[in-house]
Design a protein around this ligand. Structure first.
Ligand code: SAH
Length: 224
């Protein structure tokens, strides 16, 4: 296993990370556990080295294959929304991408399941999960538009790519009182929705918490 620089130097140093954490607090992230997970996750490792010096800016950045690593504020906001509702133990993420959101979640819940449709992105993320010894992340090369039936139901599902409408399959894979945090809509006009299943019924409470910009949720998988 190759050694990796978890702490970072220069722009990836602890001081730069503290500035990011300060920004998150100012933006309304007040869950201490979320703040701690954001502080301790080495975001610079989840992107191309050429961009690593920008890792602790509060902005989305390219990770190749036309995809992006989410903006830290949005990662924190989605994570906070997910934890605000009960105490989810088993969480499914749709859209592994760089693996950053999964790594943040892995510090806060018992078990993270994450699926990615672009194989090389998944392989890169899996390597990082191993290097960072994040043993409670199970990942697979799958089309997450239909969830991951094998391990359902989930206490919470988080989708980091935006469908035009909420996929029925994801609702069906929620445990009683489960929560789905999902960006929905056409590019440029998406809203971040928090959808909560009412007990074991097929009734859901729904709330819009932010305007957001995510890459689209695309059906099917690709190996390159
Ligand atoms: N959570 C990621 C965000 C990556 S961008 C991170 O922290 O870096 C969203 C990702 O969703 C992209 O990698 C894209 O390939 C993936 N994606 C889009 N549609 C998908 C689908 N149907 N199933 C699985 N992954 C999908």
């Amino acid at each position: 296993m190759s050694s990796i620089d978890i702490h970072g130097v220069g722009m990836t140093s602890q001081r730069t990370r503290e500035r990011l954490v300060q920004r998150l607090r100012e933006g309304g992230i007040d869950n201490a556990k979320v703040i701690e997970a954001m502080r301790s996750t080495p975001r610079h490792l989840f992107m191309e080295e050429a961009l690593a010096h920008r890792a602790y800016e509060d902005t989305a950045l390219p990770i190749g294959y036309g995809q992006t690593i989410s903006q830290p504020y949005i990662v924190a906001r989605m994570t906070q929304a997910l934890l605000a509702h009960g105490n989810p133990r088993r969480v499914l993420e749709v859209g592994t991408g760089s693996g950053y959101q999964a790594a943040v979640l892995a510090q806060l819940v018992d078990q993270v399941y994450t699926v990615e449709r672009i194989k090389p992105l998944l392989l890169r993320a899996q390597k990082l999960f191993r290097q960072l010894r994040l043993r409670n992340i199970l990942s697979a090369h799958l089309d997450g538009a239909i969830g991951w039936r094998e391990h359902a139901p989930y206490d919470a599902i988080i989708t980091t790519a935006a469908p035009e409408v909420v996929p029925e399959e994801l609702l069906q894979q929620l445990a009683p009182n489960g929560i789905l945090v999902i960006p929905v809509g056409l590019s440029g006009e998406q809203e971040l929705r928090v959808i909560v299943r009412q007990g074991d019924t097929s009734q859901y409470d729904e709330e819009v918490i932010e305007r957001v910009r995510f890459v689209p949720l695309v059906s099917g998988t690709t190996s390159a």
